[in-house]
Design a protein around this ligand. Structure first.
Ligand code: CTP
Ligand code: MN
Ligand code: MN
Length: 514
C-alpha cells in the first residue's frame, strides 16, 4: 500500500507539469481518405463517445454528420432509411444514396475495421438497405430546373466552380457559340443556388442543367485544383484580346472578332490602326478605365439622387427607381439602371427629353444617346410574343455616360485626371469619374413588368420567360404578360402579382442572383 503512494504522486506531478497535447494530435491520422460518422440514434451518446475514441486511437478520422468530408456512416440498430433521415436532420447536405456516397454501414464493418487496425473492405453484408427513400431523397435534394424557381443569394458556396464555368461561358460567347455559352451559364447558376459546397463529383448526380462538359471541368477542378482546359482558355491570345475589346462601351463580339482577325490585340493597336469607331465606342475608349472600374453603391445612390432632382424639376410626382444589380443587393456594378414613371399614365411622355436637357445643362452628361418608344404591342400581340425571346424591350430609353463629381477632391484613380479633370474657378481641383447610366421610361401600367425585367439577373430573366412560355403558355416580356391560348393580357400592379399569375412562389430581388 505504502509503495503505491509515491507512484500516484509522481503521475499527478507529471500531469501538472506537462499538459497533454490536444486529443487529435495524440492519435495521428493514418487513413486520411476515410472519414467516419457515428449515428448517435439508438447507439447513445456514451457508446458513441467510446467508439469515437477507439477509432481515433487507431488512426481513423471521425466527424459530425454536417461535415461534407464524411465517407463512412456507421450505425447500430437503425434501418438504412432511418439513418438517411437522421443524417438529413443533423445537417448532412451531400447524400447520394444511389451512388453509395457516403457508405451507410452497420457496426459489423466498424468492429472488423477496429480489430484489423485498418478500414475493412466494404462488402454487401456491411451495407444498410435503403428501401423506400431513394426517390423521395432525390426529390428532397431536387434543385428546380428554372432559375426563377430557385432562391439564389449573392453570396454562395461554390465560387471557384462558378468562376471557372463562367469563364467557359464567356469564351463560348466570344466564339459566337450561344448554345454552349448558355449551357455553361446554366450550370454555374445551379451551383450558385446550392446550400452546400460541392466536393465530390457524385454530388452533382441529381442536379439539373449540368452537361457532360461542365461535369468534366468541375471534376478536374475538384481533383486537381484547376482545369487544364480553362487555364488554356484564360491564357489564350484570342480570349484575352476579346476581353479587352468587349470591355469598350458599345463594342460587341462581332466588332471585337473583326478587330482580332485584322491582327489587333490591344487598345494601343486600336488607336495606332485608327480603327473606325462609332460615337459610342469613341466615348467608350476615352473613358475606358473609369467605365471598367466597378461602380460603388454610393455612386449609384448619388446618381439616383441627381436624376431624382432632375425628374422632380421636370415632372413633379414622377418616380425614379434603382433597378439592375444594385436592386439585387450588389455592392458594386458595371452601370446604374434607373426606371422613370408617373402614376398618371401618359404624363411620362416627353419626360426623358426634359430630364436629359436638365442634366446636360448642369454638366452631368459626358455622352448620351436616346431611343424613342417603339412599343405597339397592344395592336399586334403575336408580333411581339415572337420577338420577346430576344430580350430587347421597346421603352423610350437613354444610354448615357455620367460625369459623377467625387466628394472633396478625392483622387480615386488615374482616370480622375483625364481631359475634364478641370480646375475650378477657386483653383481647387475637382475630380470626377465617368459612370454608365441607363435611363428607362415606362408607362405606369407596364412598370411592374419593366421593374421585374430590369432587375435581373440575366439568368433569372431568361428562365422567367422560358418558364412562362413552356410551363404556362404565356408570353412574358418587359411590357406585359399575355396568355397565348386564352389570348388575354394579364395585368399586374406589382411584381408579386406577376409571380402569382405564373403560379410561382415570390422571389425577392436579393434572391434573384442566379
Ligand atoms: N435588360 C433588359 N433590356 C435591355 C438591357 C438590360 O431587359 N435592353 C435587363 C437585363 O436583362 C438585366 C437588367 O436589365 O436583367 C440589368 O442589366 P445589366 O445592367 O446589364 O446587368 P446587372 O445585372 O445590373 O449587372 P451589373 O451590376 O454588372 O450592371
Ligand atoms: Mn446594371
Ligand atoms: Mn444596364
Amino acid at each position: 500500500m505504502m509503495s503505491q503512494f509515491p507512484v500516484k504522486k509522481k503521475k499527478q506531478q507529471q500531469r501538472l507539469r506537462l499538459p497533454g497535447p490536444p486529443a487529435p494530435l495524440a492519435h495521428p491520422v493514418r487513413f486520411p481518405k476515410v472519414v467516419l460518422c457515428l449515428v448517435e440514434k439508438r447507439m447513445g451518446a456514451t457508446r458513441k463517445a467510446f467508439l469515437t475514441t477507439l477509432a481515433r486511437q487507431r488512426g481513423f478520422c471521425v466527424e459530425d454528420a454536417n461535415s461534407d468530408r464524411v465517407t463512412h456512416v456507421v450505425s447500430e440498430g437503425n434501418s438504412g432509411d432511418e439513418v438517411v433521415e437522421w443524417l438529413l436532420k443533423n445537417g448532412s447536405r451531400g447524400i447520394d444514396v444511389l451512388g453509395g456516397c457516403p457508405a451507410l454501414l452497420n457496426t459489423s464493418w466498424f468492429t472488423e475495421s477496429m480489430s484489423a487496425g485498418r478500414p475493412a473492405e466494404i462488402e454487401p453484408r456491411h451495407r444498410l438497405q435503403v428501401a423506400a427513400h431513394a426517390e423521395t431523397l432525390e426529390a428532397r435534394c431536387q434543385v428546380p430546373v428554372y432559375a426563377c424557381q430557385r432562391r439564389t443569394l449573392l453570396a454562395h458556396r461554390n465560387q471557384t466552380l462558378t468562376e471557372v464555368l463562367q469563364t467557359m461561358a464567356e469564351e463560348a460567347h466570344f466564339c459566337g457559340s450561344e448554345a454552349r455559352s448558355l449551357a455553361f451559364s446554366r450550370a454555374a447558376s445551379v451551383l450558385k443556388s446550392l446550400p452546400w459546397t460541392v466536393r465530390r463529383v457524385q454530388e452533382l448526380r441529381s442536379l439539373p442543367c449540368l452537361g457532360e462538359h461542365s461535369r468534366r471541368i468541375i471534376q478536374e477542378v475538384l481533383e486537381d485544383g484547376a482545369s487544364a482546359e480553362v487555364e488554356r482558355v484564360k491564357h489564350s491570345e484570342r480570349y484575352q484580346a476579346m476581353k479587352v475589346f468587349t470591355k469598350i462601351f458599345g463594342v460587341g463580339v462581332k466588332t471585337a472578332s473583326r478587330w482580332y482577325q485584322e491582327g489587333l490585340r490591344t487598345l494601343a493597336d486600336l488607336q495606332a490602326h485608327r480603327a473606325k469607331l462609332s460615337k459610342e465606342q469613341e466615348f467608350g475608349l476615352l473613358h475606358y478605365d473609369d467605365l471598367n472600374t466597378p461602380v460603388e453603391r454610393s455612386d449609384a445612390e448619388a446618381i439616383s439622387q441627381v436624376v431624382r432632382d432632375a425628374v422632380g424639376q421636370c415632372l413633379p410626382g414622377a418616380s425614379v427607381t434603382l433597378a439592375g444589380g444594385f436592386r439585387r443587393g450588389k455592392q458594386t456594378g458595371h452601370d446604374v439602371d434607373l426606371l422613370l414613371t408617373h402614376p398618371t399614365e401618359g404624363q411620362e411622355v416627353g419626360l426623358l427629353k426634359k430630364v436629359i436637357s436638365w442634366l446636360d445643362k448642369q454638366g452631368f452628361l459626358l455622352y448620351h444617346s436616346s431611343r424613342r418608344n417603339t412599343f405597339q404591342a397592344f395592336e399586334d400581340p403575336e408580333l411581339w410574343s415572337r420577338s420577346s425571346a430576344s430580350g430587347m424591350d421597346h421603352f423610350e430609353r437613354c444610354l448615357s455616360i455620367f460625369r459623377l463629381r467625387l466628394p472633396g477632391g478625392v483622387q480615386i484613380s488615374a482616370g480622375a485626371q483625364k481631359p475634364g479633370g478641370a480646375v475650378t474657378g477657386s483653383g481647387v481641383s475637382s475630380f470626377w469619374k465617368a459612370v454608365r447610366v441607363d435611363l428607362v421610361v415606362t408607362p405606369f401600367s407596364q412598370f411592374p413588368f419593366a421593374l421585374l425585367g430590369w432587375t435581373g439577373s440575366k439568368n433569372f430573366e431568361r428562365d422567367l420567360r422560358r418558364y412562362s412560355k413552356h410551363e404556362k403558355k404565356m408570353a412574358l416580356n418587359n411590357h406585359v404578360l399575355y396568355h397565348l391560348e386564352q389570348k388575354i393580357f394579364l395585368t399586374a400592379a406589382s411584381e408579386e402579382e406577376i409571380f402569382q399569375h405564373l403560379d410561382l412562389e415570390y422571389i425577392p430581388p436579393e434572391e434573384r442572383n442566379s
